[in-house]
Write a protein that binds this ligand. Structure first.
Ligand code: DKA
Length: 132
């Protein structure tokens, strides 16, 4: 299931995240916070409920869901989205839909690191996390 992802992860590298946030329409104040924040992501599960917490000094966010079941999510930048997370091969694929828009957040484990690829309308950001 999601056991390979269950850990506390800290951001160690972030590529093109500002461009991704701009494409989403996020204003400069929130983007500044997004750019300087090095969050920890805590992933766990209890039975078939998966919990992903994003923790930082400035922004905290959390989601709880079952794989393949749609749920309501309020994102860190305050979008109200319909989300669904599925396991596709070894990848945890999180799709957020709102206002006829869609972004995909793909998490994979490579060489013991969690690689998060965020895709929106052709703009891609890659964020790398290491286990704490
Ligand atoms: C991540 O998991 C990034 C999560 C996406 C956040 C969307 C926008 C946040 C704006 C502060 O590394």
């Amino acid at each position: 299931m999601v056991d390979a992802f269950c850990a506390t992860w800290t951001l160690v590298d972030s590529q093109n995240f500002d461009e991704y946030m701009k494409a989403l329409g996020i204003g400069s104040n929130i983007r500044k916070i997004g750019n300087v924040t090095n969050p920890s992501i805590v992933i766990s599960h209890e039975g078939d409920t998966v919990v992903i917490k994003t923790l930082s000094l400035i922004l905290n966010n959390g989601i709880s869901f079952k794989l393949g079941e749609e749920f309501d999510e309020t994102t860190a930048d305050d979008r109200q989205v319909k989300s669904i997370v599925t396991l596709e091969g070894e990848s945890l694929v999180h799709v957020q839909r709102w206002d006829d828009k869609e972004t995909k957040i793909v998490r994979e484990i490579k060489d013991g690191k969690m690689i998060t690829t965020l895709i929106f309308e052709g703009v891609q950001a890659v964020r790398t996390y290491e286990k704490e």
